[in-house]
Write a new protein. Structure first.
Length: 162
């Protein structure tokens, strides 16, 4: 192949008695970086940055708010994944996109919960397990919310068997 070596200092791995440079020497961060910030954590940080934005924000703005160690392409990948999950919306601005959170924090948590529920074959078991882990206070709140939703729904009498 040729004598060019991309991403390694000249005279690197081919020299006798010299080990190949590690990912930190090449600037890649390697597994250390992956352990510091996993995908879920990055998504949460990107969403938090978008929530702090005064309006729709570009990927470069998000990257700047998250610190200089993230590549622009990484931020774009995370934004695209969040868009696929319907957690963010995007609008064209010239050749770029401006990104916004699709909902507030509570709405995003509800979306995640719904996605998990939709992905399970036994909804009854999932909901039963979820309810069994609620505190008494959370259970009361959930009952009140369900009662309110039933009262506001059209055809309430039929839904309650009355």
């Amino acid at each position: 192949m040729g004598g060019k070596s991309f991403g390694r200092p000249p005279g690197g791995a081919g020299k006798p008695g010299r080990a190949a440079p590690g990912p930190q020497e090449c600037g890649g961060g390697g597994p250390e970086r992956a352990r510091r910030r996993g995908q879920g954590q990055l998504e949460a940080q990107v969403l938090a940055a978008l929530h702090r934005a005064p309006g729709p924000a570009g990927a470069a703005w998000v990257q700047e708010r998250l610190g200089g160690d993230l590549a622009y392409t990484t931020v774009m990948t995370i934004l695209s994944r969040l868009h696929a999950k319907q957690a963010v919306t995007r609008e064209r601005s010239g050749r770029a996109y401006l990104w916004s959170p699709a909902a507030d924090e509570a709405g995003l948590a509800a979306l995640r919960m719904r996605r998990v529920l939709d992905g399970e074959p036994d909804r009854d078991a999932v909901l039963t397990s979820f309810v069994s882990t609620l505190s008494a206070q959370d259970e009361q709140l959930l009952r009140a919310l369900l009662d309110r939703a039933a009262d506001e729904a059209p055809g309430t009498d039929e839904a309650r068997g009355g």
